[in-house]
Ligand binder design. Structure first.
Ligand SMILES: NC(=O)c1ccc[n+]([C@@H]2O[C@H](COP(=O)([O-])OP(=O)(O)OC[C@H]3O[C@@H](n4cnc5c(N)ncnc54)[C@H](OP(=O)(O)O)[C@@H]3O)[C@@H](O)[C@H]2O)c1
Length: 256
C-alpha cells in the first residue's frame, strides 16, 4: 500500500489515535481529524516516525461543512483517498428517561451524520481508488441497556447505514464495513466506569477492577486491539469482508 492515503477521524485520543498510528505502518499517508489540534499534532509527529506522511486537520465533524473541509484538505495534500475510517464519537451516556432532544441530536450529529457526510464527500475518490470505508459502531448495538439508550441506538443505526453503503459499494468498487468494539480502556470508557461505579455503589477504582469479571471478559480491550482489526479490514487480506458488522469485545456479548 505504498501510495495509499487513509483518513482517520477521532485521531486525537483512544481508538482513533491507536488506529492512526497503526495505519501509519501500512499507508503512505494518514490524515488525522478531531478538534484538539495540539493532540493531533503530537499524534501526527508519532505517525511520521513510522515513516508515513501525516496531516492533522482540526474539524468539528458535527458541522455540515466539515466533511468537505477534510476531503478538500486531504486531496490538496495527497491527491487521493484510499480509506476513510470513521472513529470519532461522543454520544452522551445518559439514561433513556433523562436524555434531552438536544443530547440525542448531538449524539447523532457527530457519530452518525458526521461519518455519513464524510463517506459521501469522499465517495467519488474512493470509487477511483477502489477504496474502503469503516464505520465504528459499538457492541451496545446488540445489547441495548437503559443507562445508555442513545449510544445503543446510534450504534445500531451505524450498522444499518454501513450495510446500505456496502450495498452501493459492491456496484461502485468501494469496500464498506462496520466495527463494533466492546469495553476498550479509553478516556470515554473511564468516564463510563465512573457512572457504573456510582450505580453499583463502589469507587471508580473498584469498578474498573471488577467490571471485567462482572461482564464476563478476561480483560479490557486496548485501543491497539481495535486498531489491529481496522488494519486487517483495510489490508488486501481483508478485502472480501463486505457489509460485515465486526464485533470485537473480548466475548462480552455471548448471544448469536
Ligand atoms: N471505548 C470503548 O469502550 C468503546 C466501546 C464501543 C464503541 N466505542 C466507539 O469507538 C469510538 C472511539 O471511542 P474512544 O473510546 O476511543 O473515545 P475517546 O477516547 O473519547 O475519543 C473520541 C474521539 O472523537 C473525537 N471527537 C469527539 N467529538 C468530536 C467532534 N465533534 N468532531 C471531531 N472529532 C470529535 C475526539 O477528539 P476531540 O475531542 O479532540 O475532538 C477523540 O479523538 C467512538 O465512536 C465510541 O463510541 C468505544
Amino acid at each position: 500500500m505504498t501510495k495509499k492515503i487513509a483518513i482517520v477521524t477521532g485521531a486525537s485520543r483512544g481508538i482513533g489515535r491507536a488506529t492512526a498510528l497503526r495505519l501509519a505502518k501500512d499507508f503512505a499517508g494518514v490524515v488525522l481529524v478531531a478538534r484538539s489540534g495540539e493532540l493531533l499534532t503530537e499524534t501526527a509527529a508519532l505517525a511520521q516516525k513510522e515513516g508515513t506522511e501525516a496531516l492533522a486537520i482540526d474539524a468539528d465533524l458535527r458541522e455540515p461543512e466539515a466533511a468537505k473541509h477534510v476531503v478538500d484538505g486531504t486531496l490538496k495534500a495527497f491527491g487521493r483517498i484510499d480509506a476513510v475510517v470513521n472513529i470519532a464519537g461522543a454520544v452522551p451516556q445518559i439514561d433513556i428517561l433523562e436524555m434531552t432532544d438536544d443530547q440525542w441530536d448531538d449524539g447523532f450529529a457527530l457519530k452518525l451524520h458526521g461519518a455519513r457526510r464524510l463517506a459521501i464527500h469522499a465517495w467519488e475518490e474512493l470509487k477511483r481508488s477502489n477504496g474502503s470505508v469503516i464505520f465504528t459502531s459499538g457492541n451496545s448495538a446488540e445489547a441495548p441497556k437503559s443507562g445508555f439508550g442513545a449510544v445503543a441506538t446510534v450504534n445500531a443505526a451505524i450498522v444499518a447505514m454501513a450495510k446500505a453503503f456496502a450495498d452501493r459499494g459492491i456496484t461502485d468498487g468501494v469496500q464498506v464495513n462496520s466495527v463494533l468494539p466492546g469495553p476498550v480502556l479509553t478516556d470515554r470508557r473511564r468516564s463510563y466506569m465512573e457512572k457504573y461505579a456510582r450505580a453499583h455503589v463502589m469507587t471508580a477504582e473498584e469498578a474498573l477492577e471488577k467490571f471485567p469479571s462482572q461482564v464476563g471478559i478476561t480483560r479490557y480491550g486496548q485501543p491497539e486491539d481495535i486498531a489491529e482489526l481496522m488494519a486487517f479490514v483495510l489490508s488486501p487480506g481483508g478485502r472480501w469482508l463486505i457489509g460485515a458488522a465486526l464485533r470485537m469485545d473480548g466475548g462480552e456479548i455471548k448471544g448469536l
